[in-house]
Design a protein around this ligand. Structure first.
Ligand code: NAD
Length: 461
């Protein structure tokens, strides 16, 4: 494993084989019956204990996140709290697993619809929130009564292993949580293709989601896909530009731009465009790139060399297609840490919506800004995307707000605010951003299947 701050290996993690994956699936399968028969409230108590244990270990887990992923320590501490929150939130849903009784068409008969777990659930995780994504998947899956095989991203497996160890310490039985470390295309695909797997939940790129869907087709395995995004960030001429600049920067550069809902393309109404850019550039220049363990650092390194090179390539291509670099656009020098995967916070102008950088996810510290003339144009620019995860609008005009609510075709709309999304809401993407969603009552529902029972108590007929 590589520490992205130094660009050097710092520890080894086993590369799981197919035999390891098979053993994990069998362990999950063996544990599924007893875990699924526990009363939800008993599972909830274990999840609550795990939440507390995670908080008790905040000072140990946060530096692990920094070491493997590179985000600033304060953000990693926030991520640990968020991870615990997923378990606490799910524990609170224990009383909401309900069925239905329908009046039958026949006398002395009832029709029940029960909610039951799927059984073995495979959860494939990305690298951008290596601890929080464990919470997002595990918490509702376990509360619903499923057992889980987690496959963290190959670049960031340590946080998942850490949380799994805490789970054993609070008494979650063996086999209920299993962690497999290794590559997506090999063991990940093996887990998806197995007939033991009853549900696959992925958070990751659209390319991975597509491959998983194909493999899941073999046994008609249910999939839930939380995939990439390309969020438009629309600033109308009546918005408070100072606030909009501050939030555009925060939503673009947080976690080094490696957030699925973050501001990927900023559109500003022409009357305020010059003012916006004039205020944006000093705000971006103030961002401090450097050692994520040092207080005051805003951006750590990119997670991997491959990700750094991808961002470089995309900026270079945008310039070839006519973009102008207003600031950044290169690797900065970080004294003493020259081997790290640094990229300078970058602002690009001269954009057109058909440029690759406006259509493909950058997932890095690059903010393209583009003017538009009227609201209709802004809506058209926003919707012109194969992605449909999140979108942002800044305006004081309630008519525009209501048109955006009706006409912006994205799963998640933020009006006059930025993320993060809430555990109690519903995190979902349209188009190539995914299928299904996470969070709240609909998120929990996705981890449960429905079983219908026709119960005739009149005697056989
Ligand atoms: P990735 O697609 O490279 O990997 C995600 C996971 O899938 C990893 O564990 C990987 O090993 C596994 N995987 C990859 N190919 C596979 C295959 N063929 N079969 C089985 N498993 C496979 O994604 P990433 O680079 O870790 O994460 C970044 C992406 O995740 C971005 O596109 C981002 O937008 C997205 N993301 C989405 C959300 C959301 O909620 N919508 C949240 C966070 C990140």
């Amino acid at each position: 494993m590589i520490n992205p701050v130094l660009g050097l290996a710092f520890t080894d993690v086993p590369e799981a084989t197919e035999a390891d994956a098979q053993a994990a699936l069998e362990a999950a399968n063996a544990a599924a019956h007893d875990w699924g028969r526990l009363p939800p409230i008993a599972r909830a108590k274990l999840l609550q204990a795990l939440a507390q244990k995670i908080l008790d270990n905040l000072d140990a887990l946060a530096p692990v996140i920094v070491r493997e992923q590179g985000k600033p320590l304060a953000e990693a501490q926030g991520e640990v709290r968020g991870t615990a929150n997923f378990f606490n939130y799910a524990a609170g849903q224990a009383r909401s697993i309900e069925g239905e009784i329908l009046p039958s068409d026949n006398p002395q008969e009832e029709v029940w619809i029960r909610r039951v777990p799927f059984g073995v659930t495979v959860a494939l995780l990305p690298w951008n929130y290596p601890a929080a994504m464990v919470g997002r998947k595990l918490a509702p899956a376990l509360l619903a009564g499923n057992t889980v095989v987690l496959k963290p991203h190959e670049d960031t497996p340590l946080s998942a292993l850490f949380v799994a160890r805490l789970a054993t310490e609070v008494g979650i039985p063996p086999g209920v949580i299993n962690v497999i470390t290794g590559q997506g295309e090999t063991v990940g695909a093996y887990l998806v293709r197995s007939p033991l797997t009853k549900l696959v939940t992925v958070t990751g790129s659209t390319a991975a989601g597509r491959a998983v869907m194909r493999d899941a087709a073999e046994h008609i395995t249910v999939v839930s896909l939380e995939l990439g995004g390309k969020a438009p960030f629309i600033v109308m001429d009546d918005a408070n530009v100072d606030e909009a600049v501050k939030l555009a920067v925060s939503s673009r550069f947080r976690n080094n731009g490696q957030v699925c809902i973050c501001n990927e393309r900023t559109y500003v109404q022409r009357r305020r465009y010059a003012e916006f850019v004039e205020k944006l550039l000093p705000a971006v220049a103030r961002l401090k790139v450097g050692d994520p363990m040092q207080p005051g650092t805003d951006l750590g390194p990119k997670v991997s060399l491959a990700e750094l090179e991808k961002v470089e390539r995309m900026v270079r291509q945008a310039v070839e297609q006519g973009a102008e670099v207003l600031t950044g656009g290169q690797r900065p020098h970080v004294a003493g840490l020259e081997g790290g995967y640094w990229y300078a916070p970058t602002v690009l102008a001269g954009m057109r919506n058909d440029m690759d950088l406006m259509q493909c996810e950058v997932f890095g510290p690059v903010l393209p800004v583009m003017p538009f003339d009227d609201f209709d144009e802004a809506l058209a620019l926003a919707n012109d995307s194969r992605y449909g995860l999140s979108a942002y609008l800044f305006t004081e005009d309630f008519r525009r707000v209501m048109r955006a609510v009706n006409d912006i075709e994205f799963g998640e709309l933020y009006i006059n605010r930025i993320g993060p999304e809430a555990a109690y809401a519903y995190h979902t993407g349209f188009r190539e951003s995914g299928i299904g969603g996470e969070g709240g009552k609909y998120g929990l529902e996705a981890y449960l299947q429905k079983k219908t029972v026709y119960l005739n108590y009149a005697g056989p007929r």
